[in-house]
Design a binder for this molecule. Structure first.
Ligand code: LLP
Length: 425
């Protein structure tokens, strides 16, 4: 459920009409619903009730400071994967003890930053990283709490670019090697082993791969405990999928997922962490765009809109499906016709969808892409010198720009001309 509904024939974000935002900020823009973000966080939090737990929002899905501030205010933890994300977490008010640091390539500078600023745990992904972290912590006179990310070799049955739990993926250490690596970690002076981490992929629409992975983690917990390790925390990653195509998909709910967590690892008495990103932010956001032209082609028509692949890359990158709604609700009985919806960027890949059944639309009308709150704005670029588009947050009847659209001058003046070229003209 989200908070984007038609009221008297116009699409609203909570109690704000989308055309009102468009008139204020111009198109295209992203708009997020505070109520949906809050609701999604609470669904996870409640799903894990009865077990000690922390829901660590994976900020890579949407790292706008206002979204982070809202999550921090709800008591969430946060999963970061770079020094930049760590700095965002601190700036949004997350205390160090609620920040988890994941990622395969943490640098010494990032380790120092987190050790000095405060950290709940590092999710370590390789032996060289483990050795480097121990050295940095020792040099700083600190001890780094760690879990080790294991790769359970399960097929997440999702898009190949976002599956992470097969042995051929770059993530974690092979689960078969875990005993050896934990034994190595236990004797490194700068580390304190506290648990196990696993994350098998994103946009999972079936619970079975989670079940396989978590059962393996449960077994490993017992084995490592028998080896003398203190395994008191399990980080079970993110990955629960959302219904991108509402008419024909219904992925499992956080409550079902929570029941699965209890069933597979609940008996171990560990503190549970999860790292959802997409399910919290995805359906809390729309991308709103205006129709520039309707072009009648040879055998097919094109709806050319002012958003493009640089604003929302998911369709071009993963062939992702997004529901696209007219902002003014079509009258009942309006006939739909197939049309390709494309952006202005000079690549055929700048196609959001082909032959989508849409009501008739004309220049100046607005359309809204659903499920654009996660991996939308954060993956945007300025390709074709199209400035990053604004982000807006709605709270009941209020809305605020939470990232302004840069001016063209701001975009151009970020570049600098070397002296020798300056003189050459
Ligand atoms: N934890 C770790 C270690 C991760 O790598 C990820 C996502 C998450 C948590 C959050 O997963 P989520 O709950 O959002 O599925 N750009 C792609 C998705 C990439 C996901 C990368 N890792 C997309 O647009 O579909």
């Amino acid at each position: 459920m989200d908070h984007f509904l038609y009221k008297q024939g116009v699409l609203y974000a909570e109690d704000v009409a989308i055309p009102e935002i468009a008139a204020n900020v111009g198109t295209p823009f992203y708009v997020y619903s505070s109520a949906t973000l809050t609701r999604h966080f609470k669904l996870f939090d409640e799903a894990l009730e009865g077990m000690p737990h922390l829901v660590c929002y994976a900020m890579k899905a949407n790292s706008n400071q206002a979204v982070l501030k809202l999550m921090a205010s709800l008591g969430a933890g946060v999963d970061v994967v770079s020094g930049g994300e760590y700095r965002r977490a601190i700036a949004a008010g997350f205390p160090g003890e609620r920040i988890v640091f994941s990622g395969v390539g943490k640098t010494v500078e990032e380790m120092e930053l987190a050790l000095n600023g405060g950290i709940r745990q590092f999710n370590v992904e390789s032996e060289p990283e483990m050795i480097a972290l121990s050295a940095v912590a020792t040099r700083l006179g600190r001890v780094a709490p760690i879990t080790i990310r294991v790769n359970p070799d399960v097929d997440a049955k999702t898009h190949e670019k976002i599956a992470t739990g097969k042995s051929e993926n770059k993530f974690g250490i092979p689960i078969a090697k875990a005993r050896q690596v934990y034994a190595e970690a236990a004797v490194l002076p700068g580390l304190k082993v506290i648990g196990i981490d696993v994350h098998i992929g994103s946009q999972l629409t079936d619970l079975a791969p989670f079940e396989q992975a978590y059962l393996k983690v449960a077994e490993l917990t017992e084995t490592l405990r028998a080896d003398g390790h203190d395994i008191s925390r399990l980080d079970l990653g993110g990955g629960l999928g959302i219904p991108y195509e509402r008419s024909n998909s219904a992925p499992p709910l956080p409550l079902d997922y929570g029941a699965l967590v209890k069933r597979t690892v609940g008996h171990l008495g560990c503190e549970i962490e999860i790292e959802p990103g997409r399910l919290i932010a995805g359906n809390a956001g729309l991308l709103v765009s205006e129709v520039i032209y309707v072009k009648e082609g040879d055998g097919r028509n094109f709806l050319i809109i002012d958003a493009a692949m640089n604003d929302l890359i998911r369709p071009a990158m993963y062939s992702a499906y997004h529901d696209i709604l007219p902002v003014v609700e079509p009258a009942p009985g309006t006939e739909l016709a197939p049309i390709d919806i494309v952006g202005p960027v000079c690549e055929s890949g700048d196609t959001f969808t082909k032959q989508r059944e849409m009501p008739p639309l004309t220049s100046g009308e607005l359309v809204a892409f659903r499920s654009a709150g996660a991996y939308g704005a954060v993956m945007a670029s300025e390709y074709n010198s199209r400035p990053l588009i604004p982000e807006v947050l709605v709270h009941e009847h209020q809305f605020a720009v939470i990232r302004a659209r840069p001016t063209f001058d701001e975009m151009i003046n970020r570049d600098t001309i070397p002296e020798w070229l300056e003189r050459s003209v």
